[in-house]
Ligand binder design. Sequence first.
Ligand SMILES: [Zn+2]
Ligand SMILES: [Zn+2]
Length: 170
Amino acid sequence: MLERHPERWHSVNRRIIRTAPVTPGAVPTAAVWTFRERIERAGEHRLWTGTADKGTTPVHYHDNIRYPARPLAWLLHHGTEPVGLVKAGCGVNLCVHGPHLTDDVTRQRERILYALLHGVTLAGPCTAGLHDLAEYGYVRPTGKTECRGCANARRNPTTHHEDQEGALAA
Ligand SMILES: [Zn+2]
Ligand SMILES: [Zn+2]
């Protein structure tokens, strides 16, 4: 006779971990200390030695609270919240060095500078007339102007693009 153990067994001993907001003033000093203890200097980089989602996205756990490590490093460096996803602009996945991190705003600023080198001023609506090129435009190495807003809509017509994940309502 098959004996079934219903779902109540699954909830036993499950550790509750919640993700905390990484905003100015919201991160306890003790969490910042343990965060800094998990950073190791490696040349010009500061490498995360704590846990990492999929081995590439640094995550800081303190008191069973989960802090995304790149946004936290950004906050500690700039004193402000990042806009959109924070990435390691230096290309080293586990680097959490403040000056090496990029967010939507700094990445777009770099795209605008890159476009200028190609003689293109990213401003005004995209060819579809739906997006501001100053915010969504970029220039390919070929010199062709493209719109990330339109590319996002093509990839993901019903929901917001993943770049919006973690974006701030402000
Ligand atoms: Zn780096
Ligand atoms: Zn567009």
